[in-house]
Ligand binder design. Structure first.
Ligand SMILES: Nc1ncnc2c1ncn2[C@@H]1O[C@H](COP(=O)(O)OP(=O)(O)OP(=O)(O)O)[C@@H](O)[C@H]1O
Ligand code: SF4
Ligand SMILES: [Mg+2]
Length: 322
């Protein structure tokens, strides 16, 4: 088994809710609430869950683009939660993020050359000539042409813009790339082109990805293992085939029941979850899923289930398996 490149332990991010005339703290949104997992070198770890369950916040807190409330993140054997700003800046060379929205994440007033060249400059490539050459090389790597360097973001299609975002993320040869729904904003036909490109780049440049999505069918294609989040918590994590063939957590079972099987003769019983996702400002006690779980027991309302391995390499947070 490859060694872990990233270890996340007890990660929490609570956002203050402020109200009243002087903006006093009146509560907290528990966006990420005690999440632990590891990422192995060279793997693609998918993270899925409904909108608002804390996927992006997890990604940003790992990179410390937002400061975690608690928890420890170890990257390449270094505890990065204790690094100061300048140490963190130099480490960011090795950890990059690709955002969901290729429209909002590129500065519309900058040329592609400047957008992709900026991280090179930040990390010490002072020579204009070297940067120009590297930008041209990166454009080719992501399937664009060197002449695109002089253009502005609005002169590209959505798929091309996401390629620019990928080129920018790869500029300094990172080791880990957090991909936050990189294809959600794209047409289905373009999605697979970008996914194929990302897989090819993973192999070519020895990358490790955390791949965030809300669509299980997108992560199935690309992931080695998949973690499922619900209301700020990780509820199940295992190899993708195990997850798809024998999901253990009732929430994963419900999510998967909505995904069509490749063989049309096989059918899963569709589980319709009752109610809406509760607010992370006021999550249910015990197991946060108990208000919607078809198998909830008395203990589920009282005691939070621990995220434990129930089999080799299969973690589940549910009292049914304790
Ligand atoms: N800066 C912030 N201030 C306050 N609350 C926030 C902030 N960022 C996120 N949240 C809240 O934290 C929770 C998790 O948000 P997050 O963006 O991580 O979810 P997500 O799983 O990425 O959702 P989506 O699939 O819609 O992108 C949400 O309830 C959100 O409203
Ligand atoms: S702990 Fe209880 S409520 Fe939560 S998923 Fe398991 S059975 Fe359902
Ligand atoms: Mg998000």
């Amino acid at each position: 088994m490859q060694k872990p490149i990233l270890e996340v332990n007890g990660l929490k991010k609570y956002f203050d809710i402020r109200g009243g005339p002087i903006g006093r703290k009146v509560g907290e949104v528990k966006a990420v609430d005690d999440v632990s997992f590891t990422v192995r070198e060279g793997e693609i770890l998918g993270i899925v869950g409904e909108s608002g369950c804390g996927k992006s916040t997890t990604g940003k807190a790992i990179l410390r683009l937002i400061e975690p409330t608690a928890g420890k993140v170890t990257f390449l054997d270094k505890d990065i939660t204790s690094l100061n700003n300048s140490e963190m800046r130099s480490l960011r060379k090795d950890m990059q993020i690709i955002f969901q929205d290729p429209y909002a994440s590129l500065n519309p007033r900058h040329t592609v050359e400047k957008i992709i060249g900026e991280p090179l400059l930040v990390h010490g490539m002072d020579s204009v000539k070297q940067r120009t050459e590297r930008v041209q090389e990166l454009l080719e790597v992501v399937g664009l042409s060197p002449y695109h360097a002089k253009r502005y973001p609005h002169q590209f299609s959505g798929g091309q813009r996401q390629r620019i975002g990928i080129a920018r993320a790869l500029a300094n040869n990172p080791k880990l790339v957090i991909c936050d729904e990189p294809v959600s904003a794209l047409d289905v036909s373009i999605q697979s082109q970008i996914l194929n490109l990302m897989e090819k780049l993973r192999d070519e440049f020895n990358l490790t990805y955390i791949f965030i999505a809300h669509d299980l069918s997108v992560v199935k294609h690309i992931s080695d293992r998949i973690g499922v989040m619900y209301l700020g918590r990780m509820v199940e994590l295992t190899d993708k085939n195990k997850l798809y063939d024998s999901p253990k957590h009732p929430y994963t079972q419900a999510l998967l029941s909505a995904v069509p099987l490749p063989d049309p003769d096989l059918k899963r019983d569709r589980v319709i979850l009752k109610g809406d996702v509760p607010s992370p400002a006021n999550p249910p006690s015990g197991c946060a899923f108990h208000t919607r779980c078809p198998l909830a027991m008395d203990i589920c309302k009282e005691v939070r289930p621990v995220f434990n391995p129930v089999e080799d390499n299969h973690f589940v947070a549910c009292h049914l398996y304790e």
